[in-house]
Design a protein around this ligand. Structure first.
Ligand code: FAD
Ligand code: NAP
Ligand code: MG
Length: 461
């Protein structure tokens, strides 16, 4: 049956994967349902559509983007590669394993530009409110056309939510922070290290944002970086200039007090304390309520909302895998909507969800988490015709990556890996990451190493 209507909210990598999944079906000559995708920004790419703005967008909506200048892939690109569109197909030559933001954005766009996906997307349009109409078995969605400043509504048989979950900051309060004399911001509003040159920084949180913003600021000339952890330190070997301390208890003026009894003065505080899953357009009974974890509760196969099986979520997991995981989810969602995958009744779905959540609870280390997400993707891929790939090898690459970061957090991005999709061996980038200050696509694709004299000025190894 294809005479039904699918609404997709968000045109980031997840929403685009959904469009791509239907496109691949259409290419086979099969009928597809009526599809519409709505994106509040003026372009696709989600997080990868970089913005210099903070706070609100052009039309006063809460700003989505959390990315910053000088952001490079924090995992090997060989781990996120699309199975149906390789990096080599896109760039026509091998590139390094850790490309900067603009290069990854270019890659994401390359696949989708080859289709007519843009015709299905209405940009500058935000989903405001969703109702499920029991009698019609349809969702009524109220949208706001931001350019026209007009609301309108649409009806859908299935609704796919791909609005991401690294956008709404989690901002805990620390006593005295309200009187801190310097800059206080969340990682969501961080746009680059430039403004922190020669400053003493306090970063709170101990995950990817803290690690990467800390290293970026160190690279671009901050005076010192102190990372304060709640549960566990990041625990890597830090260079002179970056250190970890237990949690801040409070601040007085520009002095921070730590749990270990030490104090330190700072110029700026960056809260790297993660994000909230936030769906202001969904009523309470349709809302996914979860913290950032590998298997959020209430999602059958990590995709189908268990309280209403016509509501689907993509990309809501904590992420080791990204683009290819969103693909496997989108392919599953497509075949489920097309009636090819039958799902069991609610109580059995609950059991399946519980099984995965119990498995997640038994994982402890980074490699355990990688294995978990690998198993999850293997399970999903078994249901569809998404091109299968050597997931065990990808898991090995993730584990090497974890190890590389422990050995040297400053040069793990100089390592190279081999694609499991087409066997391409990545090239070493022309300039070591610590010495590469320009993250543009243009600079990345040139053959020129930076001036040797410049290289000599900095020696971090
Ligand atoms: P998003 O990319 O967040 O896209 C969601 C889209 O939904 C956005 O375009 C948004 O505008 C739109 N939207 C939201 N609400 C509405 C609404 N109400 N109506 C209409 N549209 C709406 N992953 C990697 O693989 N490698 C990396 O190096 C990496 N670095 C990252 C760095 C940072 C700072 C962050 C925050 C994330 C990073 N990620 C990285 C993970 C990133 O989450 C994924 O790569 C990917 O962008 C997730 O795709 P998504 O489509 O699920 O969500
Ligand atoms: P995250 O992984 O969810 O981590 C949140 C951190 O905040 C945890 O360390 C948590 O500590 C801490 N925290 C939460 N509440 C706290 C509190 N009240 N007090 C102290 N600490 C608190 O979020 P993230 O680090 O922002 O990463 C989000 C995503 O962005 C990831 O997918 C990551 O890959 C991506 N990212 C990528 C790059 C890149 O270089 N490409 C850079 C940045 C981010 P506990 O352990 O105690 O809970
Ligand atoms: Mg943790």
């Amino acid at each position: 049956m294809t005479n039904f209507k699918v609404g997709i909210i968000g045109a980031g990598p997840s929403g685009l994967a959904m469009l791509r999944a239907f496109e691949s079906e259409q290419k086979k000559g099969n009928p597809i349902p009526e599809i519409k995708c709505y994106e509040k920004q003026d372009n696709w790419g989600g997080m990868w559509n970089y913005t210099w703005r903070t706070g609100v967008g052009k039309y006063g909506e809460p700003l989505h983007g959390s990315m910053y200048k000088y952001l490079w892939s924090n995992g090997p690109k060989e781990c996120l590669e699309f199975a149906d569109y390789t990096f080599t197909e896109h760039f026509g030559q091998p590139i390094s394993s850790y490309p900067p933001r603009e290069v990854l954005f270019d890659y994401i766009q390359g696949r989708i530009k080859k289709s007519n996906a843009r015709d299905f997307i209405k940009f500058n349009t935000v989903a405001r409110w969703v109702d499920y109409l029991e009698d019609k078995q349809q969702f009524r969605v109220v949208f706001d056309d931001l350019q026209k400043n007009e609301t309108f509504e649409e009806y859908f048989d299935y609704l796919v939510v791909g609005t991401g979950h690294f956008s709404t900051p989690n901002m805990p309060y620390f006593k005295g922070i309200d009187n801190f004399p310097g800059a206080v911001m969340h990682a969501h509003d961080f746009r680059g290290a430039d403004q922190f040159v020669n400053q003493k920084l306090l970063l709170i949180g101990s995950s990817y944002s803290a690690e990467d913003i800390g290293v970026q600021c160190f690279k671009h000339g901050s005076d010192s970086v102190t990372i304060s952890y709640r549960s566990n330190p990041i625990g890597t070997k830090w260079p002179e200039g970056i250190k970890e301390k237990p949690l801040v208890t409070h601040l007085e003026g520009n002095t921070a007090f730590f749990k270990d009894g030490t104090t330190e003065d700072f110029d700026a505080v960056i809260l790297c304390t993660g994000y909230q899953h936030k769906f202001p357009f969904l009523p309470d009974n349709l809302r996914l309520k979860t913290k950032n974890r590998l298997y959020p509760d209430n999602l059958y196969k990590g995709v189908v909302f268990n309280e209403n099986e016509r509501l689907l979520f993509l990309g809501m997991q904590d992420q080791y895998y990204t683009f290819n995981m969103f693909d496997t989810q989108a392919w599953f969602a497509r075949d489920y909507m097309l009636g090819r995958i039958q799902i069991p009744e609610k109580s059995l779905r609950d059991l399946d969800i519980q099984k995965w959540m119990t498995y997640e609870d038994s994982t402890i280390t980074g490699p355990d988490h990688v294995d978990f997400q690998t198993d999850y993707i293997k399970d999903l891929i078994s249901y569809t015709d998404y091109p299968s790939f050597n997931l065990d090898k990808v898991a090995d690459m993730f584990k090497s990556w974890l190890n590389d970061k422990e050995i040297n957090i400053l040069n793990y991005r100089d390592q190279v890996y081999t694609s499991v999709m087409d066997g391409t061996q990545a090239e070493t980038h022309h300039t070591p990451w610590m010495k590469e200050m320009d993250d543009s696509l243009e600079r990345y694709l040139t053959e020129e190493p930076i001036d040797e004299k410049e290289l000599d000025k900095v020696n971090y190894y």
